[in-house]
Design a protein around this ligand. Structure first.
Ligand code: KG4
Ligand code: ZN
Length: 396
């Protein structure tokens, strides 16, 4: 009997309880999929996202201005079953239609990971299904791989294959890393943050300026207000000369990042202003957000392009929650276009962004990564799977 691959994916590594259903090419159809290269090169269908349900804990953590791990895991416990049920219902599937369960095995908050993992494990055990453990960063990378997204006219469906190697910049609240994806599921970590993650720096700057939570979109909004006030980039530069924040490690030849010094520089600047007057004006906050955002983006884009020049990838993926930042997308796109105009045809790079609703944490990205693991022959024995708060992308 022909049976489609149908994956129920679960993600609970931080503060979003998420479940999704992904459907793939036929497991035992006439067109046998032997490996992922066949997908890459042929007319075979890309995996399809049938549902992608995310229950956010933002309101809960806004009160404390950050994620409290114990609060997060309790909220996951309340939400996980309804979220799984909704993912199945949106996909118009029943649990019996599922052929594989996929779940984030790390990195992340251990108490949060446990909720999703134990739910997935219980489902795999009771339904006698394979359990595919997925690295969260790998999931973010796969959020930008070609996939059809049901109910959306996705540009992704038009992507005709993806060429390797690909350089992936993953920027989120918990991680900042540059990974060389040599082919499907084959990774080399080139560098990562040695202290704060990029999103974490956005969140901390927002907190010290008294902006909302999560901080990334707020800082970005304030920065845009400043940007909109000045007409040209030239005039922007001259205006912020007073508060040019440091760009940590930008000139270091390695691919590691550091954002803690940048955050401290913002704090020092804020304290200086506060010593002169009791509070900050809205326009002072806008200017600080702008200078901070420019510094963070400059470091991210500069290091990514340096890695591109060294490793000559065929494309760049920008993924993770911070990939929602319009200014970062715009800057990286501009630098890739400039690079493409300077190099020979064979070195030109594509630019890949996450599919709709897939920048922030979600389970569709976990299911997409799992799909490639499955077609590469992973059996997924739940007895052998475990979670790890510091899981590396090369561990699974
Ligand atoms: O990937 P994600 O949802 O969760 C983690 O794996 O951490 O990323 C969340 C992070 C938060 O730090 C949030 O502030 C940041 O992504 N973020 C942004 C923007 N939207 C979300 N940072 C900068 N600009 C944005 N527009
Ligand atoms: Zn994430």
């Amino acid at each position: 009997m022909k049976k489609e691959i149908k994956i129920l994916a679960i993600e609970t590594s931080c503060d979003e309880t998420a479940a999704a259903v992904i459907c793939g090419a036929n497991e035992n159809s006439n067109i046998e999929i032997r490996n992922s290269k066949q997908i890459q090169n042929s007319k075979l269908k890309y995996p399809k996202v049938l549902s992608n349900v995310v229950s956010s804990q933002i309101d809960l953590h806004a009160k404390t201005g950050g994620v409290v791990p114990e609060v997060a895991s309790r909220a996951h416990m309340e939400a996980i079953i309804p979220v799984v049920e909704e993912a199945l219902s949106v996909a118009k599937n029943k649990i019996d239609d599922i052929t594989h369960v996929a779940v984030t095995a790390g990195p992340g908050l251990i108490g949060s990971l446990l909720v999703g993992f134990n739910t997935a494990k219980a489902l795999a055990y009771s339904l006698d299904l394979p359990l595919i453990p997925i690295n969260h960063i790998e999931g973010h990378i796969y959020s930008a791989m070609p996939a059809r997204v049901e109910s959306q006219k996705s540009v992704k469906s038009k992507v005709q294959g993806i060429k390797f190697p690909i350089l992936a910049l993953t920027v989120s609240g918990g991680h900042t890393s540059l990974t060389l994806v040599e082919e499907h599921l084959k990774y080399k970590t080139l560098g990562q943050t040695i202290d704060d993650a990029a999103g974490e720096a956005f969140d901390k700057v927002a907190k010290l300026l008294g902006l909302g939570y999560p901080g990334g979109p707020e800082v970005s909004k304030f920065a845009s207000k400043y940007r909109n006030k000045v007409e040209s980039r030239k005039s922007i530069k001259s205006k912020v000369q007073g508060i040019e924040f440091p760009r940590p490690l930008i000139n270091h030849p390695n691919f590691d990042f550091s954002f803690s010094g940048l955050k401290t520089a913002v704090l020092t600047h804020v304290l200086k202003l506060k010593a002169k007057s009791s509070g900050l004006t809205a326009s002072q906050k806008e200017e600080i957000c702008f200078a901070f955002e420019e510094a963070a983006i400059d470091v991210l884009a500069t290091k990514t392009m340096r890695a591109a020049r060294e490793f000559r990838p065929k494309g760049i993926i920008l993924a993770g929650g911070v990939a929602a930042n319009g200014r970062l997308r715009e800057e990286l796109k501009a630098r890739i276009e400039k690079y493409n105009s300077e190099v020979e045809e064979k070195f030109k790079m594509n630019f890949y962004l996450p599919g709709p609703g897939m920048s922030g944490d979600n389970a569709a990205m976990i299911g997409l990564a799992a799909y490639y693991h499955i077609i590469e022959g992973e059996k997924g024995d739940w007895r052998k799977s475990e979670i790890s708060a510091n899981l590396q992308i090369t561990d699974l």
